[in-house]
Structures are given as C-alpha cells and as structure tokens.
Design a protein around this ligand. Sequence first.
Ligand code: PMT
Length: 414
Amino acid sequence: MPAEGTPAQRVVLGVTGGISAYKAVEVCRRLVEAGVHVSPVLTADALRFVGKTTFSALASVPAQSSLFDEASPIPHTRLGQSADLVLVAPATADFLARYAAGMANDLLTATLLATRAPVLVCPAMHTEMWEHPSVQENLDTLRRRGVSVVPPESGALAAGDVGVGRLADPASIVSVALAMLGGRGDLSGRRVAVSAGGTREPIDPVRHLSNRSSGKQGHALAIAALRRGAEVTLVTTVERPVPAHPRLSVVRVDTAAEMESVLSIESDKADVIVMAAAVADFRPKQVATKKLTKDDGVPNIVFEPTPDILCGLVGRRRAGQVIVGFAAETDDPVARGRRKFERKGVDIMVVNDVSAPGVGFDHDTNAVTIMTADETEEVPLTTKDAVADAVLDKVVALLAGQEGRTGAPGAEEH
Ligand code: PMT
C-alpha cells in the first residue's frame, strides 16, 4: 500500500475479448492489493467473456466499456491524461491491429491515443495467430513507439490446443506493471546484474549435464530490482518470458564458462551482483564431437571443476559493490550457509533448504535465511517475488554503508 498521504499511482487496466480475460480479474485484484488505483476499461468483446460487475467490485472505480455511456462526455481524455500506466491484458490480435493503426473506435483505443503514460500490452491468442506476420509486425510497430510487451507463454490454450499464446501469469504481469510504475525507487541509479537458471554443460552434441533450476527466483530478483528503479542485466539460462523494458537487458547463456565471461564484464559496471543461478560444479573434461551411442559401450566421462564464478567476482569486487550469493543446502542449512558465506567472501548469503516442501528448485515459493556479516534473517515460505524484495531490502541497506570498500579475496572452494 502507498505510504499515508502518498497519492496512489493510477493504472488504466484495458481488457479485450479473449478467453483469458478472466485472468485480468486476478491482475486487477493484485494491483489494487499493491496499493494501485485501478480503472478497468473493457471492450465490447471482453464483456462476452467477463462481467463488468466483477471488475467494478474489485477495482478502485466502476468498470467502463463505452465512449458514450458515462456522465462525462469525454471519458477517454480523463482516463488517458490521469493514468500513470495503461496496461492491456489480455491484448487480442484485433486490439493490437487497431492500436497499431491508431484507431480510436472504442473507449480503450481512444484512451490509448489520449495518454502520454507508458503502455504495457500482454498479448494472448492461439499460436497460429501469435505467429502470423501481421500480428508480429503490429507488435514491432508498437515496440518502436515505446510500448512495452509481456509476451505470451507456452501452455494449454482454448479448445484443448497447446502452444505459445497463453497469457503470461498474472503475478508476472503485475510485477512488470509495478516495475514500470517505478515502485519504491530505492535502487534507482544503480546497476544490478542477476544470474538465473541452471547452467548446461555439454557432454556430446545432444546431451548436457544440468540441474532443476527453473530460473524463477533469479527472474523474480531481476524484475524486483527493475521495479525498484535499477538498470538490470539478467544473465539467464532459461527462456522464461521477460518484459521488454528500457532498463532491462537479458543475456542468454548456457554454460558456466559463458555465464562467467558475461558476468566478468558486467562486474566492471555493476553496483550489485546477485548469483541466484545454480552453476554446475563439474563439467565433462572433453565434449564428444559426435553423439555417444550404445554401440560404443557405457561412456567413461571424466569431469573437471567449473570456474567458481562467485569467488572470481568477489576477487575483482569494485569499491562499494555488493555481492550476493545463494546457497542451496539439504543438511544443516544455516551452519553450512554461514560457512559458505565466510568461504566465498560475499556480502550477503541467501540460504535455501531445498529439501523442505515448496522451497527452492522449480517451486513458485521459497523460504530463505538471509545472512550478512552481523545479521541472520529468516524469511518463511512465501512467493519468490517476496523473497526477492527481502533480499533487495538487505542490498539497499548495505549499499548505503559500502562506499569506499575495496576488493576482498574469495576462496576457491564451494
Ligand atoms: O531457479 P529456481 O527453480 O527458482 O530455484 C532457485 C534456486 C534454488 C536455484 C536458488 O534459490 C539458489 O539456491 N541458487 C543457488 C544454487 C547453487 O548453485 O548453490 P551452491 O550452494 O551450489 O552455490 C553457492 C553459490 O556459488 C551460488 O550463488 C552459485 O551461483 C555460486 N556458484 C556455484 C558454483 C560455481 N561454479 N560458480 C558459482 O558462482
């Protein structure tokens, strides 16, 4: 919720006529819960899927759906001029075409022409429509005009089909919307590099060695840092959808070596580095150039250690830079985490007991112990977004006191 006396930021939530319009109800609820003033605007076709009453009951003001049924004769200008963000979820192919063409034939498109606020669209449609060149060209046009896009995810679609086109998760949409609104801004002017996902170490042209990291925790950290005003570089091994945002760069990597080389460049400019990635500790010493087959018998793969990226980053730490490590533990997590904190030389160690239910790899939730040199804070089971904010709260507190510090060596062992 906004601090007392702070006016709530205003979002116009546009809902267009697709099957996933029901998920916009959750987007609306979460935004209001986050203290945002939400004005829902539903197109005529959206009303075929969801009721105005539902949005009116949840939002800050009654939902609107027409240019002409309001007491005010010009509702679009009032909505557009007062918005801090216009968010359209779901955005259908038809809506994207009308918006890209500059049409104003309903309240939503008229509001979009009447606003100078940032705009975020979240497309959802069947795979064939999503991949159609006209849809992609309309999106390119909108992106060129500065519109941000949360791309659809892959999964179950209407009528039993499966493919790309499903509306992004409402929690992710809200997270991006809050990031665009600027949030607390306590990381504004700071550069934050976050690693996410499990590295993939090749064995032969078709096989690799990896782990169960989904990248959810790392991506949540990147979005939270963005929401708090930072310039963010996300170095990730996973394809999870991320918003197009001017303060977010995404670098896709596979191996520990690739992650290390990107992060070593980032470390020269970052104020904060967060290593949430699950980096493989070992990799095959030699990568077979041809696919290993059963005819060759059971392979005898010799492993070698990967570079310890975190220790390398600590070794070259710039003055004032805050470095955060994660520790995935199963036995005696707090004691082992504290030892890892000392060994790695980090400023913050975030320990998760990945043997506990709902914690760590691939879950939407996490529970962590956040360690600094003189504090240990427990964060009980919660969303990965909430864990991200708890970690960044510690980062913000340390940044204030870190100016003037010089690099400290980290140990090789992990
Ligand atoms: O991705 P999710 O599915 O959301 O799951 C989240 C998570 C469980 C992966 C995350 O919360 C987490 O714990 N990440 C770190 C996992 C890990 O590799 O822990 P570790 O204890 O093995 O490594 C300690 C630290 O050293 C980590 O910050 C790791 O990034 C770093 N490391 C490890 C090995 C290596 N060669 N280089 C490194 O930099």
